[in-house]
Design a protein around this ligand. Structure first.
Ligand code: TEU
Ligand code: CA
Length: 584
């Protein structure tokens, strides 16, 4: 009998790097690849095993590199192809893996493919993007339908040379590729995927991994936001009719030639059953996916609403979102991910816990306990390990750089004719969920510009860098960073129940202050019991039925001496070795 080797990526501790804001090596104010290489020992020491590097490809940077003009080259301020070879090699020498962002739903409008495609209707790349004729109403030209771009305005842009519109689900400089065209798919496989896997890359984080197949009849979307000319059209381009066929083809023709690579797909707006079609071990379209239920809490899901219409979610909603992602494994052969942050989100400390100074560090450690206790491949986002939090409320729109945020702000400006209170509201929303919160320079030390650059940083440095920085926390055995290091080790030590545990059960789904859950060892009678206090007050412990009296071993807590009650923002993990037979 042969025992299948477990996939390396399941237990791997991953860390996302946003190249522009990570570490600048040459003083031009922009992070770069040599900067990343210089910090690999730091990441190794933290316990990181896989790095996900966000787009470093050549790009006009209309959407921070998610608009790629050449898959086979590097954005010059970040470095060269030689630097990338060095990075891959340096990671491998340290026994770390490296994955890149795979952005193949769209390219930049400056990609050679698009420059050709837009010339006329007969060129060799004429059908590589999604072109449609104008809709004429009373002799006036209109977009082919009413779809809204995810970043605002119409999803269509007119090109005179062809007298046609092209589709762009994101900004107009990000035209969508036409996956219906077999030749386009082959071009993508060759240039975006094989080129990098041939260099020994270990996988990809797949951008907008469920948008390649659209409803090709391009119907008008129903009006869900009355009075708006352009309407959300998710149901016509998320998880479209040929999505699984495309991914199966990609798997068979390309990926299967490269062994056990990690393909983690970004999967906005997708329900449980649909997720399974991508990630079950049988379909193997993606290794695992990033589900959006947790990170869209407090916002209007998937960009369908306005950035400033945020609200404070409740703890029961948070628990339910986590449960959905953990339940991906219940009775299935699928796998899941664990993350609370990425480059599109506000910082988890500010959104899901508290960034008030008196509880900030404890709360950051409590979130570390939460993440390290959840089943799935875990992803940390740069700066999360030191408890970086959202920018202060007094920051101004001039301090922000993100196109999505600027569009949202300008939209409010326009609609409300510069009304001061509306603009204040817009800034408040951006302060909570704006993408730049995650894109501020990493705080390496207490020197000028937080040690990120010796030059002028491309985006403002967080005000609190003298307190929240790597150098300071490395020396402090009570710091958030030291705690994360400890938790990552514990997660490996108790891997069976912490990384692979099954049957995630929430015991207090309606409690507004405490989050109590259990998980089972996959094949032993062992159970993990976790208590998390999401409030500023002491809280009583709500023991799951049958577990009040059994013997519990304390695995970890984020307070010095755990007592009868949970301290504010305390997290506690117990292991129950025997007697589970009775309890479970
Ligand atoms: O994001 C895809 C996505 O679905 C967006 O809704 C995303 O949530 C957006 O940030 C909402 O504000 C991916 C990337 O992660 C993002 O950075 C890119 O801008 C986008 O694709 C286009 O490539
Ligand atoms: Ca630089």
């Amino acid at each position: 009998m042969s025992v299948a080797k477990p996939n390396w990526w399941k237990a791997s501790t991953c860390y996302q790097i946003w190249p522009a804001s990570y570490k600048d090596s040459n003083g031009d104010g922009i992070g770069d690849i040599p900067g990343i290489i210089s910090t690999l020992p730091y990441l190794k020491d933290l316990g990181i095993e896989t790095i996900w590097l966000s787009p470093m490809y050549d790009s006009p940077q209309k959407d921070m590199g998610y608009d790629i003009s050449n898959y086979e080259d590097i954005y010059p301020p970040y470095g060269t192809l030689g630097d990338m070879d060095n990075l891959i090699q340096s990671c491998h020498e340290l026994n770390m893996k490296l994955i890149l962002d795979l952005v193949i739903n769209h390219t930049s409008d400056q990609h050679a493919w698009f420059l050709e495609s837009r010339k006329d209707k007969a060129n060799p790349k004429a059908d590589w993007y999604i072109w449609r004729d104008p809709r004429m109403v009373d002799g006036e030209r209109h977009p082919p339908n009413n779809w809204a771009s995810i970043f605002g305005g119409s999803a269509w842009e007119y090109v005179r040379e062809r007298d046609q519109y092209y589709l762009h689900l994101f900004v107009k400089e990000q035209p969508d590729l036409n996956w219906e065209n077999e030749e386009t798919r082959q071009g993508i496989y060759q240039s975006a995927i094989k080129f990098w896997l041939d260099k020994g890359l270990d996988g990809f984080r797949v951008d907008t991994a469920n948008m390649y197949s659209k409803d090709t009849s391009y119907p008008d979307a129903p009006v869900t936001i009355p009075g708006e000319p352009y309407q959300p059209a998710f149901k016509y381009y998320l998880n479209g009719p040929r999505m699984h066929e495309f991914l199966q083809e990609q798997r068979e023709q390309v990926l299967d030639n490269y062994g056990d690579i990690l393909m983690v797909g970004e999967l906005p707006g997708t329900g449980f059953d649909d997720v399974l079609r991508y990630v079950s071990a049988e379909s193997r379209e993606y290794s695992c996916v990033f589900d959006f239920d947790v990170v869209t809490l407090g916002t209007h899901k998937d960009g369908a609403g306005k950035k400033h219409h945020t609200y404070r979610h409740t703890l029961p909603q948070f628990k339910d979102a986590i449960r959905k992602v953990q339940d991906m494994l219940r009775g299935t052969d699928a796998w899941t991910t664990v993350f609370l942050e990425n480059h599109d989100q506000g910082r988890s400390l500010s959104r899901f816990a508290t960034d008030r100074p008196e509880h900030r560090d404890t709360a950051a450690k409590m979130l570390a306990i939460l993440m390290c206790s959840l089943t799935g491949t875990m992803f940390l986002y740069q700066g999360q390990e030191i408890g970086m939090y959202n920018h202060p409320e007094h920051w101004d729109i001039e301090d922000l750089r993100d196109i999505d945020s600027l569009n949202a702000y300008n939209d409010v400006m326009h609609r409300h004719k510069g009304d001061a209170l509306w603009l204040k509201k817009a800034m408040k929303g951006l302060q909570m969920v704006g993408r730049d919160n995650a894109r501020l320079p990493v705080q390496w030390d207490g020197s000028a510009n937080a040690g990120f650059t010796t030059g002028k940083p491309w985006i403002r440095v967080h005000d609190d860098y003298e307190r929240v920085n790597v150098a300071r926390q490395l020396e402090d055995d009570k710091s958030v960073l030291t705690f994360w290091k400890k938790m990552i080790k514990l997660r490996k030590e108790y891997a069976e129940v912490m990384i692979f545990g099954r049957d995630f059960d929430v015991w207090d789904p309606f409690d507004q202050d405490v989050f109590t859950f259990t998980k089972l060892h996959p094949d032993k009678n062992e159970k993990m019991l976790v208590f998390l206090n999401f409030s500023d007050q002491e809280q009583p412990l709500h023991y799951p039925t049958g577990l009040e009296k059994v013997k519990k071993e304390l695995v970890v807590s984020n307070v010095d001496e755990p007592r009868k009650y949970l301290a504010p923002w305390e997290g506690r993990v117990y292991l129950i070795r025997e007697s589970v037979v009775n309890g479970a």
